[in-house]
Design a protein around this ligand. Structure first.
Ligand code: NDP
Length: 453
């Protein structure tokens, strides 16, 4: 009989927490999860899932316009925000139910409320104390809003999913994933859309050619770019929000979204009682085993601030469970290389592996194969949208070390390419792969002419 109430106590029922809890419970461990808000965490409730539903919704106006070239006469169309918002909410509630069943059916005890540490082996939730041999912190992150006069009039992505009214004029501050995605969503759903970013062009860290190409495509669609600018102040007026930029430009909008990063969520955890150390950015410091400075306490997902992505949290959870609860199996480490991601802006961006700039820094000789073209659909649709596909090759090993795409369903295309890159495929393997015709994706196996080296 264990001296503890549980083998594993998980704090937070988001992507990483739920995966760790139910996998450990499936191995026969006694597991509890404490959650004070909603099951499924940011991804399911106020992140990836509802954002993708909104993103689908925001493409229709283009489709209606493009249908004419294919012989369709589409009647008048209008957009009703409450319908999209509430249908989305119903779907999220359905997913919350699924998460509940996944946990309960795998034998996890669900404890409602926020947990805080009493010691390295004890947490209290709603006045009751529970002990556990191991405690996993999977509390995620929360949006950060910079401090400037009137910042209280701005909202974060948390609020965007439940707005009472859809804005006619929107402004998004930031140049990361959330900013470019929501600038496209607002525009696609019919709002005037301004994107304000402090740098030269959005998506810092992405391949430079991709950034340039995507910026052109996004602004071609009608998102108004205000680069090298920040918000100086926001004043609430009777006609809307008066936003003064650091460039002196003044914009009047109905909604300001600050998409300026997310910070690890550790407030209220009483980490000092467990001896858990934080890094400079407020992230929980962990070793390769996801073990904190306190031997019985572990952390993973956004709260450790390595890569704030759901599939990364899931993979970290699998490594954690393998190493802590399956001693019969070889120990694993999390491989953070070649993690593919997609940005659901319009058109989508997807990427895996190295950017051209990273490859040039890492290898003596690099070959770049890059193609931009008008997709076949747009030969009739009337749209001037263009797509970009790009392979980055280490010329010595011949390995394809990076693949990038800007175009429709880029994430769907790049997932398979990511498998090839993970497996170490060379450019010759790509070249010897037969294309699927006619698709845009076949470009990845037909780019024979070197663009530059
Ligand atoms: P990001 O870290 O991607 O981007 C934050 C942006 O805000 C950057 O452009 C940054 O500028 C800017 N910024 C930061 N501080 C300030 C400030 N004080 N004033 C003005 N601008 C500022 O964060 P997001 O909020 O977009 O997203 C959070 C995380 O969520 C991402 O890192 C991503 O991992 C994840 N995510 C993933 C998605 C996906 O996979 N499709 C979708 C949405 C989110 P600078 O570049 O100069 O630092």
């Amino acid at each position: 009989m264990s001296q503890f109430d549980f083998d594993l106590f998980v704090i937070g029922a988001g992507s990483g927490g739920v995966r760790a809890a139910r996998t450990a419970a499936g191995l026969g461990k006694k597991v509890a999860v404490a959650e004070g808000r909603f099951l499924g965490g940011t991804c399911v409730n106020i992140g990836c899932v509802p954002k993708k539903l909104f993103s689908y919704g925001s493409h229709f106006h283009e489709e209606f316009a493009q249908a004419a070239g294919f012989g369709w006469t589409v009647g008048g169309s209008s957009f009703d925000w409450p319908t999209l918002r509430d249908n989305k909410t119903k779907e999220i509630e359905r997913l919350n139910g699924i998460y509940h069943n996944l946990l309960v059916n795998s034998g996890v005890e669900l404890i409602e409320g926020y947990a805080s540490f009493e010691s390295a082996h004890e947490v209290s939730v709603a006045g009751k104390t529970y002990s556990a041999e191991k405690i996993l912190i999977a509390t995620g992150s929360s949006p950060f809003i910079p401090d400037f006069p009137g910042s209280e009039h701005a909202v974060s992505s948390d609020a965007i999913f439940y707005l009472d009214e859809f804005p006619k004029r929107s402004l998004v501050l930031g140049g990361g994933y959330i900013a470019v995605e929501f600038a496209g969503i607002f525009h696609g759903l019919g709002a005037q859309s301004h994107l304000v970013y402090r740098g030269e062009q959005p998506l810092r860290g992405f391949d430079e050619e991709v950034r340039q190409f995507a910026s052109e495509e996004i602004s071609k669609k009608g998102v108004q770019f205000h680069m090298n600018a920040n918000i100086d102040s926001i004043e609430k007026q009777s006609t809307g929000l008066k936003v003064t930029l650091t460039t002196g430009e003044i914009l009047e909008v109905d909604l300001v979204l600050c998409a300026t990063g997310r910070v690890p969520k550790t407030d209220g955890l009483n980490l000092d009682k467990a001896g858990v150390d934080l890094g400079k950015g407020g992230e929980i410091l962990v070793n390769e085993e996801f073990q904190t400075s306190s031997a019985s306490v572990f952390a993973l997902g956004d709260v450790i601030n390595r890569m704030q992505l759901t599939p990364v949290a899931l993979a970290e959870a699998m490594v954690f469970v393998n190493n802590q609860f399956q001693p019969e199996l070889p120990a694993k480490t999390m491989d953070y290389s070649n993690i593919p991601t997609a940005v659901f802006c319009h058109p989508n961006i997807a990427t895996v592996g190295m950017t051209e700039e990273e490859a040039r820094a890492a290898f003596d000789k690099v070959e770049i194969y890059s193609a931009s073209f008008r997709p076949m659909k747009h030969t009739l649709s009337g749209s001037d949208e263009r797509h970009l596909m790009k392979l980055v090759v280490d010329a010595n090993s011949r390995k394809v070390v990076g693949a990038h795409m800007v175009g429709t369903d880029a994430g769907e295309v790049l997932q398979g390419i990511a498998v090839a890159i993970k497996a170490g495929a060379t450019k010759e393997v790509f070249d010897s792969t037969v294309g699927i015709h006619p698709t845009g994706a076949e470009e990845f196996v037909t780019m024979r002419t070197l663009t530059r080296n």
